[in-house]
Each structure stands twice: as structure tokens, then as C-alpha cells.
Design a protein around this ligand. Structure first.
Ligand SMILES: [Zn+2]
Length: 354
């Protein structure tokens, strides 16, 4: 992954404003004890957090050299004073899953193999270390990926530490749903906002990962500024399956009088997590709804460009809100409830008016 060859902020594409802010903080010795990196998934928040820890700890400086002992160990993920907290694998994970996950960054893991929440034991584990000074004589960094996934007791435990942070220790909370964090946690952090990447940056990163030009061209419109999202659709078979489901949803919406009563009516075999090809779980539904959002946006754009009345664009904006609400609801829903939410969504989409 990119972190292997990490050379501080130079390894990051885009995000000029957040990086300028962090560089200033480093330069003036005013690095916050806790940051909240807020912004879309898959745009590089994690990479920036690693680059920050590397720059703060580099033995050469002021920019991370990428070559000193600490820079190399941070890049290799073996720096004792950089601790990553993230959702753990479910108990049902196989030995192969564990082997794969040991070496993977969180967003590379299959979401359905992960636990729903970050639990208090994980936070305890990290806080125990804080009783000691950093091992490496530098600064210590605690990264919490998908911080909004901390359950209430984990969040409250962390909050106590954020209120009285130990010296030489910095927290970076990463979240694409910052509003789902406890307000008390948010107020203890300096928020750094990340936006989507430019298409040129997404292309460069994808090419850097070894994708050929044709593949990058296909994925770019789906990426919407997120490398992570582009990679979700990297497998053409997987993308085709999502598009098929999307077409079925759109057809059901267009056919007047059709009452969508169940997944089966839509040709969806719902099983979370899926056990065989052709079955859809929550991850697959999420990915399909993101395609639906994109479809609504491009339909609106086309309508506006064709000089048509703006009605279609307004209806689609209402529909996009409904889809986004459903995505929030699906996050953390049981399989049964996921079905209920999806059906409710289809009914609301059909009824949506300007
Ligand atoms: Zn260095």
C-alpha cells in the first residue's frame, strides 16, 4: 500500500488546505492533542494521519525524510508509538481472513468480516499504554479509524483521556460520519475537513496502484473523488451485478402500479453476509445505492443541459436525500431491517415530488 513508501506529506495527493494547516501546526510547535479528520471515505485521511505522525517524528525534519529509522518504521507499520484502533474481525473470521487482515489497512478489508463496533476493551488496551512515556523518545500517535463506530462505553472511555491528554501523545480520529460522534468528543478535537479528490489525483493514485488507463477511465466516473470508492468497483463482475440490481430498481420505480412488496419482487436474494454468488448483503446494497445516487445526479445534469424544466432535477434532489437517509439507516441495521428500509425507500422514491 501507499504507506509502505510513505514520505510524509509529499506522498499525499490533493488535500492542500488540511496539509497546510498541519504543517503550520508542526512548524510552530502547536500540534493539537486531538484531531478529528472528517471527510468522505477513501480520499486519504488515513494516509495524511500517517504522514503527520511521520513528519512529527522524523529524525531529520522538518519534512519527513522517509529514510531515517523512525520514518521507515512508521512507513512499515512497525513503529511502537503509532497505534491504530479499528473495528476488529468477527469471531467467525477464518484463519485466512486473519492472515489477510494482519497486513491490510482497514478500508481494504471486507466490511462484512468486521465487527459492528469498536468496543471498550480495545480503548482500554490502548489507554493502558499511555501510563508509560513513548518508547521511541518522539511523539506517540493514536489513530482511531471510523471513530464514529465506537460504542457508547468505548467513546466515553476515550473522552476521559481526551479531557486530560498525556504529554507527547496525539489522537487522530478519522470519520466519514462525524455527526455520529458524541458532541463531547467532537468538541475535544480540532476538526480538519477533507473534501473529495480531483479526478486527476484519483487517476494518478489508481495508476500508481497498477491499474491500466482503460480501467482507470471506466472507474473514474464512479469514484466521485474517492480512491476507495473507485476500488470498490474495481472488479468488473461485481460492478455488473450492482448495475443489474440498479436497473431492476429503476424499472420497478418506472412501472406504474407495481407494488414492490419484497426483495424477491426485485429479483434480490438478500443474505447478509452473502453465501453464494447472486446473493446480496448490506455491503452490496450500499454499493448499489451509491450507484443510484450517481444515476440521479447524472440524470439531473442531463435534464439541465437539455434545457428541460428544472422539475426533474428537483425531484432527483429529493430522491437523492431519500437514498442518503437509507444509506445511513442501512449502516448498522439488522438484515431484517435492511429489507424494511429498502422497501420503504422504493415507496418513497416513487412518491417523491418536486
Ligand atoms: Zn525521517
Amino acid at each position: 500500500m501507499e504507506t509502505r513508501a510513505l514520505q510524509g506529506f509529499r506522498s499525499v495527493r490533493g488535500h492542500a488546505a488540511p496539509i497546510a494547516l498541519l504543517r503550520r501546526a508542526l512548524l510552530h510547535g502547536r500540534v493539537a492533542s486531538a484531531y478529528l479528520f472528517a471527510g468522505p471515505q477513501g480520499v486519504g485521511k488515513d494516509l495524511v494521519a500517517h504522514a503527520l505522525a511521520q513528519t512529527a517524528n522524523c529524525l531529520a525534519g522538518p519534512e519527513a525524510c522517509g529514510a531515517c529509522d523512525r520514518c521507515r518504521r512508521i512507513a512499515a507499520g512497525i513503529f511502537v508509538d503509532l497505534v491504530v484502533v479499528q473495528r476488529e474481525l468477527r469471531d467467525t473470521a477464518t484463519a485466512k481472513d486473519r492472515e489477510e487482515s494482519a497486513d491490510a489497512r482497514h478500508e481494504d478489508l471486507d466490511a462484512k468480516k468486521l465487527r459492528q463496533e469498536i468496543v471498550v476493551e480495545q480503548v482500554d488496551e490502548v489507554l493502558k499504554r499511555l501510563a508509560f512515556r513513548p518508547h521511541e523518545q518522539g511523539t506517540r500517535w493514536i489513530l482511531v479509524r471510523e471513530a464514529d463506530r465506537m460504542n457508547a462505553s468505548a467513546a466515553n472511555k476515550l473522552l476521559k483521556t481526551l479531557e486530560e491528554p498525556p504529554t507527547d501523545t496525539h489522537f487522530v480520529l478519522l470519520s466519514h460520519r462525524p455527526s455520529a460522534l458524541l458532541p463531547t468528543i467532537r468538541s475535544r478535537c480540532q476538526t480538519v475537513n477533507f473534501g473529495p479528490l480531483d479526478d486527476a489525483d484519483v487517476s494518478d493514485v489508481l495508476r500508481g496502484l497498477g491499474l491500466d488507463d482503460a480501467h482507470v477511465r471506466d472507474l473514474l466516473p464512479l469514484a466521485e473523488g474517492s480512491v476507495g470508492r473507485a476500488l470498490v468497483y474495481k472488479d468488473p463482475t461485481r460492478l455488473a451485478a450492482r448495475k443489474k440490481l440498479l436497473d431492476e430498481m429503476l424499472a420497478a420505480l418506472r412501472t406504474p402500479g407495481v407494488v414492490v412488496g419484497s426483495f424477491a419482487d426485485l429479483g434480490i436474494r438478500f443474505k447478509d453476509p452473502p453465501e453464494k454468488p447472486g446473493q446480496f448483503g448490506k455491503t452490496e446494497l450500499d454499493e448499489t445505492l451509491l450507484l443510484l445516487l450517481r444515476h440521479l445526479r447524472s440524470e439531473s445534469l442531463a435534464a439541465v443541459r437539455a434545457g428541460a424544466a428544472p422539475r426533474q432535477a428537483v425531484v432527483n434532489a429529493v430522491r437523492a436525500d431519500i437514498v442518503r437517509e437509507t444509506l445511513e439507516l442501512l449502516d448498522g441495521a439488522t438484515a431484517f431491517n435492511a429489507g424494511v428500509h429498502l422497501q420503504a425507500m422504493l415507496v418513497r422514491l416513487r412518491e417523491a415530488r418536486a
